[in-house]
Design a protein around this ligand. Structure first.
Ligand code: TXA
Ligand code: MG
Length: 347
């Protein structure tokens, strides 16, 4: 398939390209577009045949439901099969447009292909001008997973999208690298206590301020079944095996140096994922920092690019320093654990 690629910059949104992309969506094709979290691979959420093209392009298992992206509240009401609860209205008022996906009962308008046969649908309003105008111009809600090949880190920059998806979709709309850098938070508010099914761009701390008590799905840790089907798949994985080292900062560094030097002696190329405060501690290794230990937003912004950089450096093994799970650190550590297949060494 020949993919048409358009590059936008902040001040110069190309209306003709957006019109063309919207026509492609209406006619059943696939369009990759930026959001504030990661790039999405979109198709008309109301049409099962269009949606099947998303799964094809990504190589995604069909039992993993998609998020439906909307640009206005009429679209929301069209997609859901329940009255809007007070909790939902509060969340929307505080966090939309933004990186929060809410689970609703689905309406008949949403085909089972979108929801993998569930009677619920995941919906969000993205905080990105290009995404919002694309949806508005298309006139239909857009189903879109992250625009990576299934299993790879989600794309946060145009070059990631091109590397994974050129030739597999009809149109790619590229802008800058995405602001948040990890995917949206997925929340289920159907029970008394809301449950975060996937930690993401809206933090647990922010949600608690608005909703009071919020739980995280116990299924997110290994050995249990997550409520959000997508969370069970290996994900975000760089090519090299990865281990996370967690504990006291100084001990973590000693442990990483010990493991790394053993691997180097065996002739392996070692990658180390660290923070600015640690990046000079590992001379001679392939070191990537995701920013200051004190700034979880910066870590979120940089994580997926760092994982892809290790592939480019062709390292044989990766050791990663754990960061604190406060604020966006919870989403960062969730993605890191999945990238490492939950291989965590406590020191
Ligand atoms: O930030 C994001 O959310 C990005 C951008 C493109 O919007 N999208 C994204 O989509 O990350 P995807 O498909 O990679 O992840 C969707 C997640 C999966 O974990 C999926 O299982 C969950 O949402 N999900 C979708 N529908 C659901 C439902 N009805 N119930 C529970 N979980 C659901
Ligand atoms: Mg994804």
């Amino acid at each position: 398939m020949k993919t048409k690629v358009y590059y936008f910059d902040d001040k110069n949104i190309n209306d003709e390209a957006l019109d063309e992309a919207a026509t492609v969506i209406r006619q059943g094709g696939t369009v990759i577009f930026p959001t504030e979290t990661v790039y999405g691979l979109g198709a008309n959420a109301l049409d099962e045949k269009s949606v099947s093209r998303i799964f094809e392009a990504k190589g995604r298992p069909s039992d993993n439901p998609l998020i439906v992206h909307i640009s206005n509240y009429d679209m929301l009401l069209y997609c859901i099969g329940e009255p809007l609860s007070e909790k939902a209205q509060k969340l929307m008022a505080f966090f939309w447009p933004g990186p929060l996906t809410i689970i609703f009962k689905k309406s008949k308008a949403i085909p089972g292909e979108v929801t993998a046969g569930l009677d619920t649908v995941a919906i969000r309003m993205p905080d990105d001008e290009i995404a919002l105008s694309l949806i508005e111009k298309s006139g239909v809600p857009i189903a879109a997973p992250s625009a990576n090949i299934s299993g790879k880190p989600s794309p946060t920059a145009p070059e990631h999208v091109i590397a994974d998806m050129d030739g597999k979709v009809d149109v790619i709309l590229c802008s800058r690298s995405t602001r948040v850098g990890v995917e949206s938070t997925v929340i289920d508010i159907s029970e008394d206590t809301p449950v975060v099914l996937r930690p993401g761009g809206v933090t647990l701390e922010e949600l608690s301020k608005v909703l009071g008590d919020v739980e995280t799905d116990k299924g997110l840790e290994p050995g249990s079944i997550p409520k959000s089907p997508g969370m069970k798949y290996t994900h975000y994985a760089p090519k090299a095996p990865m281990a996370i080292i967690r504990g006291d900062e100084a001990k973590v560094r000693v442990k990483i140096l010990e493991l790394a030097s053993k691997d180097r002696d065996r002739g392996l190329k070692v990658g180390i994922l660290t923070v600015d405060e640690g990046k000079d501690s590992y001379p001679g290794y392939s070191v990537i920092s995701i920013g200051s230990r004190r700034d979880s937003a910066e870590a979120a912004h940089n994580l997926f690019n760092a994982l892809r950089e290790f592939d480019k450096l062709a390292v044989d093994t990766i050791y990663a320093e754990a960061i604190s799970e406060e604020y966006l650190g919870l989403a960062v550590m969730n993605r890191m654990k999945k990238a490492a297949g939950f291989n965590i060494i406590e020191v």
